[in-house]
Design a binder for this molecule. Structure first.
Ligand code: BG6
Length: 495
């Protein structure tokens, strides 16, 4: 149980993020007894909907999105007893004082200071206004007990990120700011550090002497659905690479931390981003590939092309697929390519990191043994499979000498026989206890923006002549295959 009394103020309470992610996660935390005994969810919105209407709206969200499905009636009743709707117009400064009064009333009733969490599940265009409103009403000043949570997208480019961030940092101290990248809350992602640094056997080979290249794949079968309006201005590079994929790269490539401590871990991660070789504008085509889906088929269902999606320009230049080749210029990783790829409407929904080891230095087996099979790989499976697979060569049983790639497998379900918490559960709990380890520090976000800016600029200035260039339901454009083929590599089909 998070021990301190908590007032959780949710801005954007009637929006999609609150409905789909935040409230279901809070409810699951409640079921697992991870919420403090004295807890209130203050749902801030502009509508006049009362507590009952809001609870009903959230009920559907929880039923559809909680990992446990429909809420048990008694528990739901009790949870709803902790939700209060507060009507606030964020453009009216006096309304923030009203919010302050409401918070004080709870604290008086509870007989002491509570942790105050301000969670912005609103469009980013409101971040600055809300931060200023909270600041002007004196609601940001208790540095030890007040936290501010913001969601991506944090800006649309480096300049807009700096603007938003400066505004937040004028009101809050860095230690109060919790910037969510939900990938960091996933169990399988957290386990990357456990695997690397709680075992003695991986680190000695986790470097350029043994690793040939690393592939990070986050593929989705879904298209942009109803999010065309947002996605048109984002694209795969901003939506996924600038944040989720680069965070994964950091976890795979970082040096060991001295302690499992928010600052130490984030220092080591930002070191990776600083070491990534910048991509000069005139070489973007050698380091990045983009794609946009045409119509196609996935699992027997016909999918429309991206340009036919709602709120999408019929001549759109937005990429729904991005692949990058990066180098991390340091002692550990010099000249080891890191290939990153992500896209919508691909052949399968799968997220995994594949560490491809170098070939053996000398082949003692005859060619007839089939040594040219696939290379030894370690695969960190994030979804839908959750586990780690080591693919290595073994001798096939029989009188002939034949070698074959086999799997040594760890599966979460088999090992722990328990459901893993959703990323948002982990992250919300961490916010409540003030642990920022799994959140992005400003310097990380800034470094990530710097890295992708030349690509974003070149792509914006040069519309892709070949869009749409991959059929929905395939593994993406040919240019992405070429990107790795130039190094003699290939994207292996995920496991
Ligand atoms: C979000 C992106 O951050 O991550 C979405 O905005 C994407 O476009 C989603 O679909 C993927 O998250 P997950 O957890 O389903 O892999």
């Amino acid at each position: 149980i998070a021990s301190s009394d908590t007032l959780f103020v949710l801005f954007g309470a009637s929006g999609d993020l609150a409905w789909r992610m935040v409230v279901p996660a809070l409810f699951d935390l409640y079921l697992d007894k991870h919420l403090p005994e004295r807890f209130r969810l203050l749902a801030v919105g502009r509508s006049d909907a009362g507590d009952a209407a809001l609870a009903e709206h959230y009920f559907k969200g929880v039923a559809e999105n909680s990992r446990r499905g429909a809420p048990p009636p008694d528990a739901w009743q009790a949870f709803c007893g902790m939700i209060r709707h507060i009507r606030i117009d964020v453009s009216a400064p006096e309304d923030f004082s009203k919010l302050g009064k409401a918070l004080e009333i709870y604290e008086t009733e509870w007989g002491g200071k509570a942790e105050r969490v301000f969670y912005l599940a609103t469009p980013p265009s409101l971040f600055e206004r809300i931060a200023l409103g909270l600041g002007a009403a004196g609601l940001s000043q208790d540095r030890d007990h007040v936290r501010m949570v913001v969601e991506k997208p944090l800006g649309n480019d480096l300049d807009s990120f700096r603007r938003i961030n400066d505004a937040l940092c004028r009101i809050f101290e860095e230690r109060q700011l919790f910037r969510i990248d939900h990938y960091l809350g996933k169990e399988t992602v957290q386990n990357i550090l456990a695997m690397r640094f709680a075992n003695p056997i991986f680190e000695p080979i986790w470097n350029r002497r043994y690793v040939d290249h690393v592939t990070i794949t986050v593929a989705e079968t879904l298209g942009v659905g109803k999010r065309g309006g947002y996605y048109e201005h984002a694209g795969a590079l901003r939506d996924m690479v600038q944040n989720h994929l680069l965070q994964l790269l950091c976890l795979v490539a970082m040096e060991p931390p001295v302690a499992y401590d928010a600052d130490d871990i984030r220092d080591k991660k930002v070191d990776v981003l600083h070491a990534v070789r910048p991509i000069p504008r005139d070489t973007v085509d050698s380091f990045a590939a983009r794609g946009q889906y045409a119509e196609g088929w996935i699992q027997g269902a016909k999918l429309a092309p991206y340009r036919d999606e709602a709120d999408v320009d019929p001549h759109s230049n937005t990429e729904t697929y991005a692949a990058l080749k990066l180098y991390v210029d340091n002692w550990r990783w010099q000249d080891v390519p890191f290939y990153l790829r992500t896209g919508k409407c691909l052949a399968a929904s799968v997220s995994e990191i594949s560490i491809r080891f170098r070939d053996v230095p000398h082949r003692a087996f005859p060619a007839s043994a089939g040594l040219n099979a696939q290379p030894t790989r370690l695969i960190i499976q994030m979804s839908p499979e959750q586990g780690i697979v080591l693919k290595f060569m073994a001798k096939e049983p029989g009188s002939q000498l034949r070698l074959r790639l086999v799997d040594m497998r760890f599966s979460y379900m088999e090992a722990f026989k328990t459901d893993t918490p959703a990323a948002y559960e982990t992250l919300l709990r961490d916010v409540m206890v003030g642990d920022a380890t799994l959140f992005m520090r400003a310097d990380q976000v800034e470094a990530a923006w710097k890295l992708v800016m030349p690509i974003l600029d070149v792509w914006a200035e040069n519309p892709a002549a070949d869009f749409p260039n991959y059929a929905a339901g395939t593994w993406g454009p040919e240019s992405a295959d070429l990107l790795v083929a130039r190094d003699g590599n290939s994207w292996l089909t995920p496991t």
